[in-house]
Ligand binder design. Structure first.
Ligand SMILES: Cc1cc2nc3c(=O)[nH]c(=O)nc-3n(C[C@H](O)[C@H](O)[C@H](O)COP(=O)(O)O)c2cc1C
Length: 323
């Protein structure tokens, strides 16, 4: 299947693995890229730029296919060494960067000068248009269904994607809720040039996370995620668990008076405990509604082959037979 995204990124299938904190390590990125998608290493999971350089080299030893790096720009009291991460990305010859969070404008000249393609992830049409206007090469449009940060507009992909298609001229991928071949076909029909998946890729053999995390996703339905931190305008979709139930109750009690320090113990620095040690109630962790469509733990190759086969069958047989 050829789309503007496969052409832009030099990949076989229009499937991207979105950056994921403590999940997007070299092992997963290489497995996705070897299967013909675009794997992405999550930059900020690496404590320093030198660690990122080593992770990129580790990935390169496992694949000769293109892979990218995610750079998430978050407001922070003590910001990470962004200039250092950007320098390493350029020095290591990375060809694709997924930016997320704040406006990436400041970093575009340096990245573009090195021939790097920028896919900016956003949750609204106005931010997608802004990304196009500052020179991003593509956008990843994250609908309300997504795991992680869906923004504050609550527009699901059934509306968000065709709205993006109305407004954008650069290629875009559908992100949030994606996990199957039928959904890939739907995303293409709505105007997207491919899909990006987060949660679905956690439940794969190569995802370098504790088995408990994968099992929790398989055991969950589409009813099992919760939105947290809305009062802080930092909404996050997470999988429900004992800790999230407590957090949500606390948020109800505090209402508009909620401050970050009130919930710090549920969200601050909990990822290593969850992703590496498998302590599932240690805190809140991002997970999308697509959990309801995830019933197994395949290899990335099996997953991508299945999605592409289902998509092609769906286009050739089911859809073609209707007209
Ligand atoms: C566990 C987890 C961690 C994530 N961490 C990041 C991150 O650090 N930076 C980022 O830009 N997106 C992050 N995301 C969002 C994903 O890249 C992607 O946009 C999202 O998962 C898409 O929705 P889906 O889970 O329904 O596929 C994360 C998602 C998950 C599930």
């Amino acid at each position: 299947m050829k789309t503007r995204i496969t052409e832009l990124l030099g990949i076989r299938h229009p499937i991207i693995q979105g950056g994921m904190h403590y999940v997007g390590l070299a092992d997963l990125a290489a497995a996705v890229s070897n299967a013909g998608g675009l794997g992405i290493i999550t930059g900020l999971t690496q404590p320093t730029p030198d660690d990122l350089a080593r992770e990129i080299q580790r990935c390169r030893a496992m694949t000769d296919k293109p892979f990218g790096v995610n750079l998430t720009f978050l407001p922070a009291v003590k910001p990470p060494d962004y200039p250092g991460y950007v320098r390493v990305i350029v020095e290591q010859g990375i060809r694709v960067v997924e930016t997320a969070g704040n406006n990436p404008q400041k970093w575009l000249p340096e990245l573009h000068k090195a021939g790097i393609k920028i896919i900016h992830k956003c949750t609204s049409v106005r931010h997608a248009k802004k990304a196009e206007s500052i020179g991003c090469d593509a956008v990843s449009v994250d609908g309300f269904e997504c795991g992680g940060h869906p923004g504050e507009d609550d527009i699901p992909n059934m509306i968000l994607l065709p709205r993006a298609a109305e407004e954008l001229t650069i290629p875009f991928v559908a992100s949030g809720g994606m996990g199957t071949g039928r959904q890939l076909v739907a995303a293409l029909a709505l105007g997207a040039d491919g899909i990006s998946m987060g949660t679905r890729f956690i439940a794969t053999k190569e995802a370098p996370v504790h088995q408990n995390v994968k099992d929790a996703i398989v055991a969950s339905s589409e009813l099992d995620t919760r939105l947290i931190m809305r009062a802080l305008r930092n909404t996050e979709r997470v999988l429900n668990n004992a800790s999230v139930t407590e957090l949500v109750a606390l948020e109800r009690t505090k209402g508009d008076k909620l401050e970050f320090k009130d919930i710090m113990r549920y969200v601050g620095g909990v990822y290593p405990k969850i992703m590496q040690e498998g302590v599932m109630d240690a805190g809140a962790w991002s997970c999308g509604m697509v959990a309801g469509l995830i019933h197994d733990i395949p290899t990335c190759q099996e997953l991508i082959t299945r999605i592409m086969r289902e998509a092609e069958d769906s286009i050739r047989h089911r859809l073609a037979s209707l007209v």
